[in-house]
Design a binder for this molecule. Structure first.
Ligand SMILES: NC(=O)c1ccc[n+]([C@@H]2O[C@H](COP(=O)([O-])OP(=O)(O)OC[C@H]3O[C@@H](n4cnc5c(N)ncnc54)[C@H](O)[C@@H]3O)[C@@H](O)[C@H]2O)c1
Ligand SMILES: [Zn+2]
Ligand SMILES: [Zn+2]
Length: 377
């Protein structure tokens, strides 16, 4: 059912990043109807992900001005020509990584880095090269072809996952990014084994979901590393067995982790986005069989420099996006698993605030007081 002919521009509120590192500004925007292959969504909730923070700070290749946000849940308001996987009224999640089901990545059984993604490099535009947002007569870019810090957004159908009608929309926005990214990195990508040892660098939103995945996989020891000790009680409640603050150690943290485990960990995860911490994660691994997963997104133009002779020892270094899940196929299943009490995302939501308190939500985030703060529309 193509509803695009009967629908018009919607005027609503959205948060705009006008320039790198500037405070977001809540403005009235015009949201155009969805074009062919697109979906307009009435947002219900959105999380604040570390990637949004990187983008607003100009650390990733965003094009300003843009509407940030990608971790979203909402209801389809209208659809463009040819859209057949969702209809108005459906509950959906927005996806930072689309699944076009046609490109070499989508057709391969492994991996999920769809060639229609707008992650690297970010143009901030829809697939036809334009945008669906206007503010004060000026075109406003999208964020990763998504943008969820707005009451209404338009996204490509290939970046929309239809979810169970029973899903609570105030919570499941986390299953758009945080949960598949973190939980998926542990259970689906690394395939953490029962009785194994793990270290998780960062105890923020994504890392907390990694900890959940390590615990669910039966890891015997989960070492959590963060410079903010306020995260430690939450981390312990999720399954971290040992908390380390690298700023309080007398030796490099990777050396401490190697000494604690005797031989290095079986699985190491970096979920901060800092190259020195990525190297610490790599050097925390068992030399022969350790697996190091890089989840954090490093700033543009940064490089990793490895000790080349030691690469042959046998360790695996792997980057992972959205838990390697084929997003439209797998992410709805995670929502169903939550509804069936097979995974519990509730401890990951430490705060919920109305959308008009987005500045307070960012203050709490920057002060390190949240795991995730969901904004509700
Ligand atoms: N690969 C993917 O698919 C994917 C998806 C989403 C997010 N990300 C990335 O994951 C990273 C984390 O995102 P998040 O939402 O969890 O952010 P977050 O801000 O909630 O968490 C980051 C944590 O790292 C801690 N930290 C900062 N510097 C540190 C240091 N030097 N040593 C130890 N701890 C330190 C902070 O105190 C915080 O707890 C970001 O880089 C984000 O871009 C990747
Ligand atoms: Zn994210
Ligand atoms: Zn694809």
């Amino acid at each position: 059912m193509d509803t695009s002919g009967k629908i018009s521009i919607i005027t609503c509120r959205a948060a705009i990043a006008w320039a790198a590192n500037s405070s977001l500004s809540v403005e009235e925007v015009q949201v155009e109807p969805p074009k062919a292959g697109e979906v307009r969504i009435k947002m219900a909730s959105t999380g604040i992900c570390g990637t949004d923070d990187h983008t607003i700070k100009g650390l990733l290749s965003a094009v300003f001005p843009f509407i940030p946000g990608h971790e979203g849940a909402g209801i389809v308001e209208s659809i463009g020509q040819g859209v057949c996987s969702v209809k108005p009224g459906d509950k959906v999640l927005t996806l930072i990584m689309p699944q076009c089901r046609e490109c070499s990545s989508c057709l391969h059984p492994k991996g999920n880095f769809c060639e229609k993604q707008d992650v690297l490099p970010s143009s901030g535009l829809m697939l036809d090269g334009t945008s669906r947002f206007i503010c004060k007569g000026k075109k406003i870019h999208h964020s990763f072809r998504a943008s969820t810090f707005t009451e209404y957004t338009v996204v490509p159908e290939i970046a929309v996952a239809k979810i169970d009608d029973a899903a609570p929309l105030d919570k499941v926005c986390l299953i758009s990014c945080e949960v598949p990214t973190g939980y998926g990195a542990a259970v689906h990508s690394a395939k953490v084994t029962r009785g194994s040892t793990c270290v998780v660098y960062g105890l923020g939103g994504i890392s907390s979901a990694i900890v959940m995945g390590c615990k669910a996989s039966g890891a015997s020891r989960i070492i959590g590393v963060d410079i903010n000790e306020e995260k430690f009680p939450w981390a312990r409640a999720l399954g971290v067995t040992d908390c380390l603050n690298p700023q309080k150690l007398k030796k490099p943290v990777q050396q401490v982790v190697r000494e604690m485990t005797g031989v290095g960990v079986d699985f190491a995860f970096e979920a901060i986005g800092l190259t020195d911490v990525m190297l610490a994660a790599w050097d925390s691994c068992h030399l022969s069989h350790g697996v190091c997963l890089i989840v954090g997104v490093a700033s543009i133009n940064s490089k990793l420099s490895l000790d080349a002779p030691m690469i042959v020892s046998g360790r695996t270094l792997k980057g992972v996006c959205l838990g390697d899940y084929k997003t439209r196929d797998c992410i709805p299943q995670l929502v169903t698993s939550y509804l069936q009490n097979k995974i519990n995302i509730d401890p990951l939501i430490t705060h919920q605030l109305p959308f008009d308190q987005i500045h307070k939500a960012f203050e709490l985030y920057h002060a390190g007081k949240t795991i995730r703060c969901n904004l509700l529309f």
